[in-house]
Design a protein. Sequence first.
Length: 160
Amino acid sequence: MEEHGATSLYVATTVGMAAPRHVYSLCSRLLRRWPDTDLAIHLHNTNGMAPSNVMAALQAGVHTFEGAICGVGGGIAMPEQLGPVGNVATEDLVHLFQECGIDSGLDTTRVTDTARAVGDLIGVRPASYVTRGGSKDQVLAYTRGITGDGSITWRQEPAQ
């Protein structure tokens, strides 16, 4: 790569069937082989694994991610009953990075509001999780009236 003047490498999942172990392994191998390369990744969320694959790529050392507002695109003709599937949603990436303490330079609320506006404008329901479910702050603000303090408790059931 270097002998041809390339400084970056762009990896994409074309149908969104990648799994975290594979993403981590591939990205790790590429970065070991070309450590001075800016490795970028483009993920599709066809099977709902894009957020997990983003985490795997982060752990492998990837710093550049590409998404699409509302998750639109992908170029894959899927059966109608599956609904719109395609690219990982930019707003999900921004929210994920925020929750990991990674500064993307973007504000989750503004990106989510933009995704909703774009969805309305182009007539699609945003495919992103954060647009449908809300950010942690939005969910906690909503549930404060239900649970009293907005706390979330998780208990592991003992093994039987």
